[in-house]
Design a protein around this ligand. Structure first.
Ligand code: SAM
Length: 336
């Protein structure tokens, strides 16, 4: 019998890496000012009219899904400051082909929204948390709120979002002495703590050079305290390597973009809040999707732009201590 269902060629880049994962920044605004991420005064925000509407985001996701993108992560800025985010989650969840929707948040507004987001179709959540001490939280995030973040993590677990991952950027002299306390959380709680090497961007180059702590050092500190065994880790799309204390409920991961290259397994592209398709977190290669979208581009037209972008996606990034590899001032500009 003749197969009448058209076979799509799934998206892959010129290095034959399948691209199945789209990270979407829904806003460049944030309600924290983490020292490694954003100046205290904030950044020049993108004008509201330039930010994609939910309908525009959904049109782009529809095009991406039509050529094989399966996983979506909503990020920012802080995605939970975008009003009615659950409406976007529900819209994306209804797009055929999308089988995984995740959220990256600083957790400040999560306690109030976890249930609604889960009902809308959110599956899992990453919460950023760099310290377990209130005074340090204020020093790092330049705003108070540790208690609200912890309540957000509890609410995410209670709402059935899983896995719940905690992302911790480790900085010398600020929180590197807390890695064991973070790792200890995983013994009893089904949470996955991921330690992230600080990455250089234009605005944090000096801090990054001076406060960078490698994943190897982080793992050594934890191993001095207790044995870690390599584990498969929770489901996800990411570059983390996972370990666990024997018998622990959760796991410990490291994300090491500087000391341990993982570009060869890159499966992702990023969409900025103002509609630029970014091909590498650390490279200025990007394509404008908003202009064609607002000029009436069809789903096929948008899918064609995605395919063209595959020839622009670089093979790898070139990060070095204190040396930003792109013109990006902060992750919030394109979604970290
Ligand atoms: N506001 C959300 C959050 O806190 O998860 C989403 C956006 S935030 C930019 C995403 C992640 O990027 C956070 O875990 C944050 O700690 C991390 N991040 C920001 N700047 C970074 C840098 N220079 N190096 C490493 N991680 C960074």
């Amino acid at each position: 019998m003749i197969d009448l269902i058209p076979q799509i060629v799934p998206l892959a880049d010129q290095f034959n890496r399948p691209i199945t994962y789209l990270r979407i920044s829904v806003t460049d605004r944030c309600n924290l000012r983490c020292v490694y991420c954003m100046p205290e005064a904030g950044l020049p925000w993108v004008a509201k009219a330039e930010i994609l509407t939910f309908e525009e985001v959904a049109a782009i996701v529809g095009a991406a899904a039509s050529i094989g993108v399966r996983s979506i992560r909503l990020t920012g800025g802080e995605p939970l400051v975008r009003r009615d985010l659950a409406r976007l989650v529900a819209r994306i969840a209804s797009i055929p082909g999308i089988d995984d929707i995740a959220l990256s948040t600083n957790g400040l507004l999560l306690a109030d929204q976890a249930d609604t987001l889960r009902s809308a179709g959110l599956r899992r959540v990453n919460v950023s948390l760099d310290t377990l001490r209130p005074e340090r939280f204020f020093a790092i995030a330049r705003r108070p709120g540790l208690d609200r973040v912890l309540a957000g993590i509890d609410a995410a677990c209670a709402a059935g979002l899983a896995p719940v991952k905690l992302n911790c950027v480790v900085m010398r002299g600020q929180n590197e002495d807390e890695v064991v306390a973070f790792a200890e959380l995983t013994r009893k709680r089904r949470v996955h703590v991921r330690f992230i090497e600080m990455m250089p961007v234009i605005d944090n180059a000096a801090l990054q050079r001076d406060a960078y702590v490698s994943a190897a050092e982080i793992l050594d500190r934890i191993r001095e305290h207790g044995m870690l065994v390599p584990v498969a880790g929770p489901n996800g799309n990411g570059p983390a390597r996972y370990f666990a204390f024997p018998g622990a409920a959760g796991s410990v991961g490291v994300i090491s973009p500087l000391s341990h290259d993982y570009c060869e397994t890159c499966n992702r592209v990023r969409l900025s809040a103002d509609g630029r398709l970014r091909l590498c977190l650390f490279g200025d290669n990007e394509l404008d999707l908003r202009t064609p979208l607002r000029s009436g581009a069809s789903l096929d037209d948008l899918a064609g732009i995605f395919r063209g972008a595959m020839y622009v996606k670089p093979e790898r990034h070139h990060l070095d201590l204190g040396k930003p590899a792109s013109a990006m001032r902060a992750f919030s500009e394109i979604g970290g």
